[in-house]
Design a protein around this ligand. Sequence first.
Ligand SMILES: [Zn+2]
Length: 549
Amino acid sequence: MPSLKLLLKPSLMGETTEHAIYVRMTLEIPMIKKDEIVLQHILSRGPVKTMQYTSDDIQIKDPFGTVPVYSRDPTRNRRNFFLERDLVPGQLTIEYKAVPWNPTEASPCGPQIALERDGGGLTAAGMGFILQPAVDTSMDVSIEWDLTSTPPGTRAVCTLGEGLSVFAKIKPATLDECFFAVGPLHSYLQGETGGDFGIYWLENPPFDAVALGRRMELLFPKMSTFFNDENTLYRIFIRRNVQKCVSGRGLHRGFVFAWTSIVPRDEDETEEFLTHETVHNWPRLGFSAGGPTPEELADGWFNEGIAEYYSLFLPFRFGIFSEQELIRRLNIRISGYYTNPDRGVKNKDVQDLFWKGGHVNRIPYQRGFMYFMNLAYQLKKANARSLDELILQMVGLRNQEKPHGIAVWLSLLERELGPGALTEYHSMSDAVPIILSPDCLRVVENLNWTLQRQDQEEFYLGFPEDSLYTESPVVKELDPNSRAAAAGLQEGDRITPQHSFFVVAERWGNEFSLLVKRGSQGGGREELKTISWLPRSWEKVESYQFFKA
Ligand SMILES: [Zn+2]
């Protein structure tokens, strides 16, 4: 079997500006000839760039000596390295140096892949700094850390394991989706465990990472069992972003997410987010046998909806949430769905409007969640197979790499519920409001709560939200009759970056705060003011909430 030994030698002494990771790969692979690809390099993901190695940055040697390489970029975000002569049999070594980039507060937010400084250490996804050998078979991979150029107390970990030496049988491409962290690491569990589960961070986040770790450690194995997954490997990495970015990213058997001091999140939000992301490991809508249909490319309602659904019901069923906690979170979801000002956007239009501000990007989560709530009820009422059974069947098809696209899903439903299930699916796609039955929780989860109509105010900021996302954001076209104006916000107020919709837009009743600058930008007096208001319209729209029966 071909093998790969990856030796990572971080240099963490001296100034953080000099920190780097020296990478040495030793490969035993089948022969590669002149002008064949030897290494592949992903150049970017969204706005985030990886190392951008060139052929001058890489030293390749075989038993005969140095092997010159050249590169070609077949696409904008991919670079291939080719050999200038045939290899001679034996070991191939490849050496290069990875240097972290320098994000500022104004850097764009994107996927957490690049090599970055954090709390005296370094973190990155594999694709951010490791070149990928052009071998598409499973290999014996060993990852070794040389910590001789790091201060005492330095620890090293990657998704595949903790400590100086880790082994795995994987394809080289899997390394792209592993995460690496080295430095004065904190972790839950504390200290090296040798186990399969862990949460790791460098700089301490504004939330209680240990408490979060404790809850995730309880939850993860139970979720894994629920979805018939026997693999217990799972590691979560938390990193600080200098820029305003709290994005997260699914990895091979793990997850990475960022926090930023610009818009801190609390434990509750972080746990909800992490639970949701963890569900994504299992149920996912796939494609039909002949490849993806346009409908299947707009699969957010399924993937996000089912992640929302199980991120609430599984922790409750496992005893990690109380009944009160479940209801509180359900009410937030339902309220978010009905009071979303963009709730009329159809599924097929969501993708196009996704990044255009507004609240379209929440529709797949909210609408999908309501769809699955309704479906769980209908299946139970019809004495059919349960939603859990159907979803587990979809997960099974995915594991066996069989078609598990929309056609498969709808045929499962039709078998249980008749053609009405298809009509309901199309209504959901077309943004027809979903009204749940008052007794849905009693029927599905045997809980004594009734859904009752309670109209609520729609989300409304009081000025066009685009104003928040320009280069130097200023309040423009403020509605004089809005709650924002009533709270004292003024036309021309300059907006500082300390704001986030992430939570407020979904939580009816929560206030929104904006730190604004007002007055002269020149030598004159400049005022800094925090203005808080209920970011809602004055009129109510149809909504529902659960009340104790
Ligand atoms: Zn998600």
